[in-house]
Design a protein around this ligand. Structure first.
Ligand code: NAP
Length: 303
């Protein structure tokens, strides 16, 4: 059956996608937001958000995103649960194929965000989900009163370490350089937390275990650290694999945009999937609003 022709389809329901939804709904375009396995985006993994304007006190990422979704629903956004696996942007009707349906639209806003990267270090794939995780908020509670390691030196590693320090006995941050990349406020808090140790200029050589579960890591200084969990926080990669060949991407897979316009007319991108630089919730929401306004202009000029 032919899919109904939509005005705007938004792929992704993080801050960029939901903001694009709120704006296009208020413009009377009746947008359809397609949300997949990672509905509400990466922010739901952040326990305390302190830098999203409008909240005098820290707000949990889940509360913030749940409220943003309700705001989108109230504005008239429609939602579909699906994972888009292929696109055809070659004609004037933009086509999307998902696991549960096919979609046609006059405009598309891509807001698929980014996902955590893995290190590829020996033992990582063996012990993934058996002690190794990329989400401290999701899995930290499994290590109550135990020792864990966080690998990385950016904001994710620092906020993961702070979160884990409240649950675990000891937290070791393994960082390959002698300086953190993360925000000063987080760096200062980490360095002042008594049960966080930082191992500078150190890398993980292998993740070790008994075959069933992780129980230690071997470090580049040949020491061995006994831990019950390791949290990987070595950055994020854009979720754009399904767009290969359909849109111009940069060498790291980010969608190339100019004022949210992609290389295809009628296709816009917002948030982390098109942002190699800032990757903040507030900038994702900002570009979501811009993409919505650009899509609206495009539809008006096409009339
Ligand atoms: P990131 O800033 O890219 O930091 C990644 C860290 O992992 C860096 O310290 C990097 O080391 C290290 N690293 C990369 N590859 C590695 C490898 N193979 N082995 C060992 N270490 C490796 O990524 P992120 O921390 O996920 O943050 C991404 C963006 O989200 C940033 O813009 C950040 O500000 C934002 N964010 C903000 C918050 C917040 O405001 N609360 C929370 C989370 C994320 P080098 O330093 O040597 O490159």
């Amino acid at each position: 059956m032919m899919a109904a022709m939509e005005n705007v389809i938004i792929i992704g329901s993080g801050p960029a996608g939901l903001t694009a939804g709120i704006y296009t709904a208020r413009a009377g375009l009746s947008p359809l937001v397609i949300e997949g396995m990672n509905a509400l985006g990466q922010l739901v993994q952040t326990r305390e958000v302190e830098n999203f304007p409008g909240f005098a006190n820290p707000v949990s990422g889940l509360d913030l995103m749940t409220s943003m979704r309700r705001q989108a629903e109230n504005a008239g956004v429609r939602f579909a649960m699906d994972e888009i696996s292929a696109v055809d942007f070659s004609g004037s009707v933009l086509k999307l194929s998902g696991m549960t349906g096919d979609y046609s639209s006059k405009t598309v806003i891509i807001a698929t965000g980014a996902e955590a990267k893995w290190t590829g270090i020996e033992g990582e794939s063996t012990y993934r989900n058996r002690g190794i995780s990329a989400c401290a908020t999701c899995d930290g509670a499994f290590h109550k009163g135990k020792s864990v390691a966080v690998i990385g030196g950016g904001d994710t590693a620092l906020s993961d370490a702070l979160h884990l320090s409240r649950i675990c006995e000891r937290v070791a941050i393994i960082h390959r350089r002698d300086k953190f990349r993360g925000t000063r406020a987080l760096v200062e808090r980490v360095l002042a937390t008594p049960n966080i140790d930082v191992k500078w200029n150190t890398t993980v050589v292998s993740f070790d275990g008994d075959g069933g579960r992780l129980n230690a890591i071997t470090l580049s200084d040949a020491s061995r650290l006994e831990i019950s969990g390791a949290f990987i926080a070595v950055g994020h990669a854009p979720k754009t694999a399904f767009l290969k060949g359909a849109l111009e991407l940069d060498e790291n897979g980010y969608i190339r945009v100019e004022n949210t316009h992609t290389s295809r007319p009628g296709v816009f991108a917002a948030g982390d999937c098109a942002d190699p630089n800032y990757k903040q919730a507030v900038s994702a929401a900002g570009t979501g609003a811009e993409a919505a306004l650009e899509a609206q202009r495009y539809l008006e000029s096409a009339k």
